[in-house]
Design a protein around this ligand. Structure first.
Ligand code: XMP
Length: 318
């Protein structure tokens, strides 16, 4: 793509001019946006970019290992992994309000970052993977303490954190971010991965988060995604995931009565996530997912499929 190659060349020049030989930091989440931002800035300033990957324990199954393998080993980023799972889970203990979950996760992120930045006081810039739709949504809702939802990756940093913010993808849309990533040589399984919210699985476990619930949801989600991939449906939809509800229902297993969780599968077609329609996944594929989930995840007794569009529903359940 000619115009995007131009965009990349111009950005790299801009980054070199602006950051030069000073040091920068980025929070790498493994998502499309921060990955492309990281590799773009890495191209411009190399080892002077420190990529910090905070493992908050709320990521999808095997995700931390995959992020390390790709960015550290394949791309050669200076990737620093901070294992903060215990800390996040203890702060989230007993919390069921979605906005409180977001606030806690956002604040903990900042705290982990501040600590790292203080220990590395030669860092001057903070790179953020903000893209155009984040900018619009934040503006539309007034501030980062949004009435709709607080997207913690936009503008939510404390002033005390004395870093200059640089957002290389601020002007471009998701599809352009992906194409930019392709030109930069980022693997397709990262670029064409469905969007994933900053607060992660925390907002897909309705109610209180526990280690056990996280484990259940990771397994259910990974079976659903695997089933979509096996049937060549993953790339036909914009975002797919599972939700763990706090509801338990009755079932049967042989002669005995079971009382297990209800999970919902959610898949939507969308362009930017602002509006969305539920995906018409063939019943046979949903059936395969449901069978595997109830066979392989013993804590789940019932699988439902969410057939609500946005609006009136949001894509996420919390
Ligand atoms: P909703 O649920 O608002 O989701 O229809 C629209 C898109 O945004 C993602 N999302 C978030 N991303 N922090 C994020 O970084 C959040 O708190 C958050 N909430 C929702 C959601 O996954 C969907 O792609």
């Amino acid at each position: 793509d000619w115009s995007l190659s131009n965009f990349i060349d111009e950005k790299i020049k801009e980054i070199k001019n602006k950051i030069g030989d000073k040091k920068a930091i980025i929070a790498l989440s493994g998502g499309v946006d921060s990955s492309v931002a990281a590799v773009l800035v890495h191209k411009a300033i190399g080892k002077n970019l420190k990529a910090v990957f905070v493992d908050h324990g709320l990521l999808r199954k095997n995700e931390p290992e995959e992020v390390k393998r790709i960015f550290k080993e394949m791309i050669g980023l200076d990737l620093i992994t901070i294992n903060a799972k215990e800390k996040f889970l203890s702060k989230l203990k007993g919390v069921s309000d979605p906005e409180k979950k977001r606030k806690i996760i956002g604040e903990e992120f900042i705290r982990v970052f501040e600590k790292f930045a203080k220990e590395n006081d030669d860092i001057e810039y903070l790179i953020q993977g903000t893209i155009y739709s984040d900018v619009i949504e934040s503006a539309a809702s007034g501030s980062n303490t949004s009435v709709i939802k607080s997207h913690h990756n936009v503008g939510g940093l404390p002033k005390e954190m004395d870093l200059k913010i640089f957002e290389p993808l601020r002007e471009i849309f998701k599809d352009e971010v992906r194409s930019t990533g392709e030109i930069l040589g980022i693997p397709k399984n990262i670029l064409y991965r469905h969007p994933f919210p900053g607060p992660g699985l925390a907002i897909r476990i309705i109610g209180e988060i526990t280690e056990e619930k996280l484990k259940i949801l990771k397994n259910v989600d990974s079976i659903f995604i695997e089933t979509l991939k096996e049937n060549s449906w993953y790339n036909k939809v914009w975002q797919s995931f599972a939700i763990l509800t706090p509801v338990k229902t009755v079932g049967v297993a042989g002669d005995s009565r079971k009382y297990e969780y209800v999970v919902s599968l959610r898949s939507v077609d969308s362009v930017e996530g602002m509006t969305a329609d539920w995906s018409r996944i063939p019943f046979d594929i949903l059936n395969q997912a449901s069978n595997r989930i109830t066979n392989e995840v013993s804590e789940v007794g019932r699988v439902v499929y969410d057939i609500t569009s946005k609006p009136p529903a949001t894509i996420e359940w919390e």
